[in-house]
Design a protein around this ligand. Structure first.
Ligand code: PLP
Length: 451
């Protein structure tokens, strides 16, 4: 346990208690009792700060009854497959402190529309977001999945066919299911990579089988199972040739990899705030072109029979407003850094390859993802190395997680020693090197030679 990391939490919590005094007091000022409380509270913060400075005292374990402190980003290197891109920036954590209250973004809402709020600059953020992914219009949504849902619901009728990858994320299936659409999967083949040709072939198959063309193509730039790069440019061309709208699933790219939707030939770009944009969950982005915006971001048309009420300025797919507080503000606060970090994607890939190269020095280790790596998410195969140790170890598969944890590394799926995923996104070179050495050290400890 890192006492100082935990003292920082304790100090932050103690400061929140001070903040609470002001939230209860009259706006004219604190009364005698509250002043005394404040002084006591400040003394408490000072004690904690002293302990922090000295690295002493007892570490706290809970936020609140039964809610454990979450310190995996402070006390460990986290190689979890889905978490690194959504790790908050310090700016996002500050925004969360300031805008954590429920509908906090609505203080100065003049038009009843989230994307038109000017203070904080939500309207400007929307314009920049569209630009960031190379599209015309953008909305924030509660997760990439809600982006798929809005598009599926706008474009599809019952029985309409949607082309997805055989590696597609389940949320694409569910978005299509909710509007009674039909899923047709494109095979990614032996290489586990989707090509434009494979998509074209599937479209032809569907046309032959059902006598109609698919209504939508959804393909991810990088899939969540292998982190392989799929030929989205090729898919974009095929989509244009058949005049079928193409939703580019950027859950594992937007916010980490430079994305230019129009250049790719996408009609929709969907990204995930909590997977790729250093934002609080659930958050994400749905961006589109001027051509499709009126359809997906159409205004409500419903009218009440008694009151005659209508809500023309509310967008029905967004159910009016989407991210009304800490989620959106965390996204906005991280955005300047996110815009910068996508420029460093190449180096992220270099670090990923450095780690995998070292990892593959361990006798029996294999990589299931394409190699060299083009992403930081990788699927590795340790059936001929760590799994062989697990077979006779008294902790079975948990031996590897134990050994990693002992070295301050978490995020590997506990107990898995066969085929599993890891993600090195955002780790510094020194952490990458430490991580590489840790695996080699563990291998050597169990007699697996590193070559
Ligand atoms: C994570 C993921 C999603 C879901 O993203 P949310 O923002 O959690 O809805 C969709 N597609 C792919 C490929 C993913 O990796």
């Amino acid at each position: 346990m890192n006492i100082r990391a935990r003292k920082i939490y304790e100090a932050l919590f103690a400061l929140e208690d001070l903040r609470e005094i002001f939230r209860q007091a009259l706006p004219t000022g604190l009364n005698e009792n509250e002043e005394a409380q404040l002084l006591d509270g400040i003394a408490h913060v000072e004690t904690i700060i002293r302990e922090l400075k000295e690295g002493k005292g007892s570490p706290i374990k809970y936020v609140e009854d039964k809610i454990e402190l979450r310190t995996r980003e402070e006390e460990f290197i986290n190689i979890n497959a889905i978490q690194p891109g959504g790790r908050l920036t310090a700016e996002a954590r500050k925004a969360l402190i300031a805008y954590g209250d429920g509908y906090s973004v609505c203080d100065k809402c003049l038009e009843g529309r989230l994307d038109k709020i000017r203070k904080p600059p939500v309207d400007k953020f929307h314009a920049e977001l569209a630009d960031f992914v190379g599209m015309d219009e953008a909305r924030v949504v509660p997760g990439a999945r809600r982006g798929f849902q809005a598009v599926a619901s706008s474009l599809l009728d019952k029985g309409d066919v949607v082309i997805v990858s055989d590696l597609a994320h389940y949320t694409e299936f569910l978005a299509v299911e909710n509007v009674s659409g039909v899923i047709k999967e494109v095979p990614s083949g032996e290489k586990n990579i989707i090509t434009g040709d494979a998509v074209a072939e599937k479209i032809e198959n569907v046309n032959e089988e059902l006598g109609r063309l698919p209504k939508l193509i959804i393909i991810e730039h990088f899939d969540h199972r292998f982190g392989n790069e799929h030929d989205v440019y090729g898919v974009g061309k095929v989509a244009k040739a058949y005049d079928i709208p193409f939703l580019y699933n950027g859950a594992y790219s937007v916010g980490m990899v430079p994305v230019d939707g129009k250049k790719i030939g996408a009609d929709f770009v969907v990204g995930s705030g909590h997977k790729g944009m250093a934002a609080v969950a659930p958050s994400g982005v749905l961006a589109t072109t001027d051509e499709w915006a009126p359809k997906v971001f159409r205004g409500s048309e419903i009218v009440g029979d008694v009151t005659g009420r209508s809500f023309k300025h509310k967008e029905s797919e967004m159910l009016g407003c989407t991210l009304m507080g800490g989620t959106l503000l965390s996204m906005m606060a991280s955005f300047p850094r996110v815009k910068e970090r996508v420029k460093r994607w190449k180096e992220e890939v270099e670090k990923s390859n450095y780690f995998i190269r070292e990892f593959l020095r361990i006798n029996g280790n294999k990589i299931s993802s394409e190699y060299p790596r083009k992403h930081t998410l990788s699927k590795v195969d340790t059936r001929d190395s760590f799994d062989r140790i697990a077979k006779t170890h008294k902790r079975r598969g948990f031996f590897l997680s134990d050994e990693l944890k002992r070295r301050g590394i978490v995020g590997q799926f506990a107990g898995s020693t066969r085929v599993w995923e890891l993600n090195t996104y955002g780790l510094s070179w020194s952490r990458i090197k430490y991580l590489s050495e840790a695996f080699i050290e563990i291998a050597e400890k169990y007699g697996l030679a590193a070559i």
